[in-house]
Ligand binder design. Structure first.
Ligand code: ATR
Length: 275
């Protein structure tokens, strides 16, 4: 009997990763036979760790913090979203030493907004907070949805301006400093900063939120609302969602790349939320 196909998420830390649970649920649902583990690699041991998985005959891997950039550098071929993102979260191995890289974070965000939450992206005015790797990874797929405008705002404004320049050819993209946001109106505000790690909210004026503004936090929290979701609701947002759906959708897109089958994400998102 052939050995069962093996996959893993690699990161540091990965102990609390939900990815093994999510992929096990997808595999059961689609009757695909596979194993999916969480493997912690030393921060200076990413390349050795990946080469080891290839030697062991793994079929692919997801990559999480802090290795997405190194993964991008290691790949022999890149999908268009991965190339643009400058980061890779999905590796595919073919039995040789070659590695194909993809980035499903952006499509995961777009699908959660569009398919699960019913947020209209076409012709909308979007504000994205943050200008780090996480934001770079989602700008291409967001712009592909043809928003009327996409504004990037960051604590360090120069980084937002640089990112806006990089994506200028793909839509109506501009950059603003946090304090220049007062008086602006947005349909959707996406928090892509790491402020939530310290239970903080980016210091933007509350006036960017009105009663039709939807808010989305790319971070998630199972037990209680994230700081940004709390902040958005307290400023009267029409709705505020965390990134659990994005996590499941990026996993679903990776699963589809590897297995050629699209799993049903909605039931998995539901199963991860406590009643
Ligand atoms: P990631 O890969 O998560 O994007 P990163 O590249 O280090 O990580 O970027 C972190 C982002 O979160 C940056 O946009 C950072 O703002 P600066 O560029 O000004 O550092 C933002 N960030 C982190 N903590 C923040 C805070 N407390 N308030 C606002 N923005 C914050």
């Amino acid at each position: 009997m052939p050995a069962i196909d093996r996959y893993a998420v690699v990161g540091n830390p990965v102990g609390h990763s939900l990815s093994p649970r999510i992929h096990a649920a997808f595999a059961a649902q689609t009757r695909e036979a596979l194993n999916y583990d969480a493997i912690e690699l030393p921060t200076d041991g990413f390349v050795d760790g990946i080469r080891d998985l290839q030697r062991q005959g793994f079929s692919g891997a997801n990559v999480t913090v802090p290795f997405k950039r190194e993964a991008w550098e290691l790949c022999d071929s890149l999908s268009k979203p991965a190339e643009q993102a400058g980061a890779v979260n999905t590796l595919s191995f073919d039995g040789s030493d070659r590695i194909a890289g993809d980035n499903t974070d952006g499509i995961g965000l777009v699908r959660d907004l569009d398919e699960n939450l019913g947020v209209e992206l076409a012709a909308s005015n979007i504000l994205v907070l943050g200008a780090g790797g996480a934001v770079r990874g989602v700008l291409g797929p967001l712009l592909e949805q043809s928003p009327a405008s996409l504004t990037i705002a960051n604590r360090t404004p120069e980084k937002a301006a640089a990112l806006a320049r990089d994506f200028a050819g793909q839509g109506n993209v501009s950059a603003l400093a946090f304090d220049a946001l007062a008086g602006q109106d947005f349909d959707l505000v996406i928090n892509g900063t790491a402020a939530g790690l310290g239970n903080e909210v980016p210091a933007i004026p509350g006036s960017v939120i009105n009663q039709t503004t939807m808010c989305y936090d790319m971070m998630y929290s199972i037990e209680k609302p994230t700081a940004f979701v709390d902040w958005a609701l307290s400023h009267g947002a029409a709705g505020a969602f965390d990134g659990l759906g994005m996590l499941v959708e990026q996993a679903a897109a990776a699963f589809e790349i590897w297995r050629g089958v699209k799993p049903d994400s909605a039931v998995v998102i539901q199963s991860l939320r406590p009643e």
